[in-house]
Design a protein around this ligand. Structure first.
Ligand SMILES: Cc1cc2nc3c(=O)[nH]c(=O)nc-3n(C[C@H](O)[C@H](O)[C@H](O)COP(=O)(O)O)c2cc1C
Length: 348
């Protein structure tokens, strides 16, 4: 299974060339590639169709969480503007109150609902601070108090929601910036020292600060530290030959499609999941752990077998693997040349 796709293709190509004219082989190969492309798109399409919540017809708790999150975040965005517009987002507030009630009844208190209630409360306070009193705000206050009084299991520890005031300050000096960006490289050999659960938790925590579409945070991550599990998982991946066996931690980054709400978000899981993966790599770097991203550019067949072997939920798409471990005292990295800025940047 670890045999690379390109090498396997080359072998088949040689065999066909021996029995058929080159031009026919080329046509056959492109027809086959086209068919595979369609099959793999249909595979991805079906999963997105099954898992995501298109429109407002949420059907499960995670879809409701997503809709509530994206809507309370609309209020947060409005409140974070230099000059928030008085009474903005009335329809959003109305939608949230209605949906939170339903959500509470069906699923009890959730982080999403508590944060949404905190945000609405913040929205009311903001209007009061500006002396913007109206029937709308006083009715909203009553509605909010009623909902909160009906909460059977409030989680007061969740104090998030709304906006925070910040004062700008310079964050890093040149040396720190260089360390962070220039010294991170893909590392392909690791020491035998295990990576502690504390480090794994901290790295994942730091990566949760990754931005995501409407703060829906579709990312999920599974970390393996047992040798047998890492080795088993890496058998499904085609780019770890020669070093995978030295990894002492393996992350499988995925994205939960239940957090997406429309056909136009069909690729968002890969974007948000990819950004999270980069943050996780940077967090590991900051914590002194070397890592190497590992592609999951695979076909439906292999994706299915991996999911089956590792119990990956059907509503998640796998973004990539990340192998990691402590540094050895001396190690090499590829001198991965970068395209010059002149060749990739257009400033208009
Ligand atoms: C999505 C993704 C998949 C990758 N897959 C592999 C892989 O399967 N095997 C590997 O050795 N490196 C893999 N890499 C690492 C790249 O080769 C590496 O990031 C690139 O050459 C730049 O080098 P640097 O990370 O040292 O800066 C992958 C990188 C990314 C972003």
């Amino acid at each position: 299974m670890s045999k690379s796709y390109a090498v396997a293709e080359e072998g088949r190509y040689k065999l066909l060339k021996q029995i058929l004219p080159k031009s026919v082989v080329r046509i056959l190969l492109s027809v086959r590639a086209y068919a595979q492309l369609v099959i793999n798109y249909v595979y991805d399409f079906s999963r997105y169709h099954r898992a995501s919540c298109m429109g407002e017809a949420a059907g499960n708790v995670e879809q409701y969480d997503a809709l509530i999150t994206m809507n309370y975040h609309r209020l947060e965005k409005g409140l974070s503007l230099r000059e928030p517009k008085p009474f903005f987002g009335k329809q959003v507030v109305e939608y949230l109150l209605r949906t939170i009630e339903h959500h509470q009844r069906e699923y009890g208190s959730r982080e999403s609902t508590i944060t949404a209630l905190n945000t609405i409360s913040f929205y009311i306070q903001w209007h009061e601070k500006q002396d913007l009193h109206s029937d709308y705000i006083s009715n909203l206050k009553t509605d909010l108090a009623n909902i909160i009084s009906r909460l059977n299991n409030p989680s007061p520890h969740i104090a998030k929601g709304g906006v925070n005031a910040r004062v700008f300050r310079d964050h890093a000096n040149d040396e720190e910036i260089n360390f962070f960006f220039n010294e991170r490289h893909s590392v392909r050999h690791y020491s035998a020292e295990p990576v502690s659960t504390d480090i794994i938790n901290r790295a994942v925590y730091l990566a949760t600060f990754t931005p995501s579409v409407c703060n829906r945070q579709s990312w999920r991550v599974k970390a393996f530290t047992e040798r047998s599990k890492i080795d088993h998982a890496l058998k499904f991946q085609n780019g770890n030959r020669g070093f995978g066996h030295t990894a002492t931690v393996l992350f499988v980054v995925s994205a939960k499609l239940t957090t997406f709400v429309s056909p136009s978000e069909r690729n968002q899981g890969w974007i948000d999941g990819g950004m999270f993966a980069m943050s996780l790599i940077n967090a590991l770097h900051a914590l002194g752990i070397g890592s190497c991203p590992l592609n999951w550019s695979t076909d439906a067949k292999r994706d299915k077998s991996f999911r089956q072997a590792f119990g990956i939920p059907d509503d998640e798409v796998i973004i990539m693997f990340i192998a990691g471990g402590h540094y050895e005292e001396n190690y090499s990295v590829c001198d991965s040349a970068r395209i010059s800025v002149d060749n990739l940047l257009t400033i208009n």
